[in-house]
Design a protein around this ligand. Structure first.
Ligand code: NAD
Length: 322
């Protein structure tokens, strides 16, 4: 474990980040990326003196392109910490139960799309923005309006922000790549990159044709509208007309969470959209608030990432393990 190896990983991850977030065109699998990121984090954990401000471990991900109006988020849009196995899940639970022994979790599918913030004022959609670097995103309102499941008006007059994931259903993705192949255009590597590439089109007629959809999963100001739990917030936005994911489940303890993860690992292939894991969130909003955040991720939520599957898909000249 040397400084040389650390610098090599940093260089690789920076390249992969650029290809993934800026070009929407990854050249390695997410598992390979996550493996390198874990290696980087474990070296940095042993040598904190080697951590630099520009290390890929120090950022939320997502660079802001030129060409779109920039939006400063009212509250930062963070990423999620990752875990990869049951032991790490139990460690997460132990940390929370040390403070809140009665904790209850909400498990959600981790939709493989891109995060969006929708802001409403006077009951009207005011703008939609990408996460960008977490502080500043891109204004993608013109494309958000083409997504039919996103309400343009809601029955709530105050300022209201709701966050979720824009995604491309598997079917739309297959059709899109078929069309692109026929037209001799480069193919998208996966639905996530196709969705990201679509919402970052300057011409909204293109996004409108791409069959995008959105699940909403978070209300930053949920307690201001009388919600006490995350589940109540999801029910609240569902009543306002937003699409929420029907698989979401409240779990009384970590055994039930693991059970949900196992069930969804089986169901994953049969879903009409891609998921890359399960998000586990503390249900009570006041406990979420008190648990707080690290610089980059919430302490009250974690993403369990699925292991790589045996299937190898050959896509153009890129080989992905999915
Ligand atoms: P992430 O994908 O690991 O998790 C955070 C994101 O999950 C949130 O921002 C949100 O968009 C999404 N999400 C989906 N469902 C959610 C739900 N129910 N609740 C909350 N959030 C939900 O983090 P990231 O920063 O968006 O991306 C990093 C990941 O991207 C890496 O771990 C890697 O897998 C992949 N990546 C791959 C490459 C590559 O070259 N293959 C490069 C960079 C990043």
């Amino acid at each position: 474990m040397t400084l040389e190896r650390l610098n090599e990983i940093k260089k690789l991850l920076n390249e992969y980040n650029y290809q993934y977030y800026v070009l929407d065109n990854p050249t390695v699998s997410d598992q390979e990326y996550d493996r390198l990121m874990q290696e980087l984090q474990s070296i940095e954990a042993k040598h904190p003196e080697w951590i630099t401000a520009d290390s890929p471990s120090q950022r939320v991900g997502g660079e802001v392109l030129d060409g779109f109006q920039k939006v400063t988020h009212q509250r930062m849009m963070l990423s999620l910490g990752n875990i990869f196995n049951e032991d790490e899940l139990r460690e997460f639970d132990d940390r929370i139960r040390e403070i809140y022994p009665q904790v209850e979790y909400v498990c959600e599918l981790k939709i493989d799309g891109l995060a969006v913030s929708l802001v409403y004022a006077n009951g009207q959609l005011s703008y939609g923005a990408t996460r960008g670097d977490g502080t500043i995103g891109e204004d993608i309102t013109h494309n958000v309006k083409t997504i039919k499941s996103i309400p343009l008006a809601i029955d709530y007059q105050g300022d209201f922000e709701v966050r979720g994931e824009i995604y491309m259903p598997k079917k739309s993705f297959e059709q899109l790549n078929e069309q692109r192949q026929k037209a001799g255009e480069p193919l998208f590597a996966n639905p996530r990159n196709a969705a990201a590439g679509s919402v970052r089109q300057l011409d909204s007629r293109i996004a409108a044709k791409r069959g995008l959809d959105a699940f909403l999963y978070m209300v930053p100001t949920a307690s201001d509208v009388g919600c006490q739990t995350h589940k109540e917030a999801l029910d609240y936005i569902s009543k306002l007309g937003f699409k929420t994911n029907p698989m979401t489940r409240v779990c009384a303890n970590i055994q039930e969470v693991w059970q949900f993860i196992m069930e969804m690992t089986e169901k994953r292939q049969s879903l009409p959209y891609e998921i890359d894991g399960i998000v586990i969130k503390v249900n009570r909003l006041d406990w979420q608030e008190r648990l707080g955040y690290t610089a980059k991720v919430p302490k009250w939520a974690i993403a369990y990432k699925f292991p790589a599957e045996e299937v190898i898909t050959k896509l153009k000249d890129i080989i992905f393990t999915i």
